[in-house]
Write a new protein. Structure first.
Lengths: 138, 138
DNA sequence: GTAACTGCAAAATATTTGCATCCTT
DNA sequence: AAGGATGCAAATATTTTGCAGTTAC
C-alpha cells in the first residue's frame, strides 16, 4: 500500500512527505470520493487545513486526483485512473451520488455515452453525474 | 417580458417584488446560466447580497431555476423548463461549459442518454456536463 | 545546502442568521 | 392589518496569501 503511494508521488516528481502519504493513502483506502472536510476528519495525524488545500490542489494539478462536480456543489475528490496526466484529465467515467448517505462513487467500469452537441461546439470532456440511492441505502 | 415573469411568480405563490422581477428577468434575458456574482454584477438596481442568496434559494425550492454542477464547482443557476415543479426537478438536459469564456449553456434539445449503473443502484436523476469550446470562442 | 513543503497567523471571500423595517396582498 | 420579503449588521464558514521555520533530497 505505502509502496504504491510512494510510487505515485515519485512518478509525479513530488517529494515524499507525511502529509502527502497520509492523504494519498486515504484515497487508496476509500472506495468513495472524499471532500476536504472528509480528509480533515479521517486522517489520524492532524493535518493543517491549509496544507490539505495545497496538497489537494497539487494532486489535481498533477493529475493524481480529480474533482467531481456534484449536484449540491460541494467539492469532492477521487483518485484518477492511470490515463490522467498533468494538465490533462481523462476521467470519462460515471459518478454516482447517493442522496441518502451522501456518498459519491466513481463507477469506473461504466463508460460515458456519446452526447450530441450542436455542430459548432467542440467537446473536450464529458462528465456524467447520476443521483439516486446506492446499494447500501435502499 | 415582464408579464411572463409575473406569471411565473404567481404560479408559484410568490409575491411580486422588484427584487424577484429583476432577477427573474435577468434569467429570461440570458441564454446562459448565471452565478450569484453574475446577478450582482448584471442587475441595474443594486440588490442586497443576502437577498440574492435568499431569492435564488426560493427559486430553486419552487422549481423555477435549477443549479448546475460545474467542473470548477462554482454554482450556476438557470431557468427550468415547465416540467419542473416544487421539490422535483426534471432538468434532464445537457449542460455545456465553455473553457474559453466560461459560459454555461443549457442545451435543452439534447436529451440525456441512458446510463447503465450497477443493478443495486437506483437512479433518480442524471446530469450531463460537457466541457469544451462554444461556438463563439472557436 | 537548497529548494520544496509545512504550519501558523491573518487576510480575503463566501454564506448564513437575527432582527427591525418595509412592502405586497 | 398580517405575513412575507428586504436590508443591514454580524456571526460563521471557506479559501487564499505571506512568511518563517522545517524537511526531503
Amino acid at each position: 500500500m505505502k509502496d504504491v503511494v510512494i510510487d505515485i508521488l515519485k512518478h509525479n516528481q513530488l517529494s515524499i512527505t507525511d502529509n502527502r502519504l497520509g492523504i494519498l493513502e486515504l484515497f487508496q483506502k476509500s472506495s468513495k470520493a472524499l471532500s476536504h472536510a472528509d480528509i480533515e476528519r479521517l486522517s489520524e495525524k492532524h493535518f493543517d487545513r491549509v496544507t490539505i488545500y495545497r496538497t489537494l490542489q497539487t494532486f489535481v494539478d498533477k493529475g493524481i486526483i480529480h474533482t467531481i462536480p456534484t449536484a449540491d456543489n460541494s467539492i469532492m475528490y477521487a483518485l484518477c485512473k492511470e490515463a490522467c496526466s498533468e494538465g490533462h484529465h481523462h476521467d470519462d467515467h460515471v459518478h454516482f451520488l447517493c442522496g441518502q448517505c451522501g456518498t459519491t462513487y466513481c463507477l469506473d467500469n461504466i463508460s460515458i455515452p456519446e452526447v450530441n452537441v450542436p455542430k459548432d461546439f467542440i467537446v473536450h470532456q464529458t462528465n456524467v453525474l447520476v443521483n439516486g440511492v446506492c446499494k447500501n441505502c435502499r
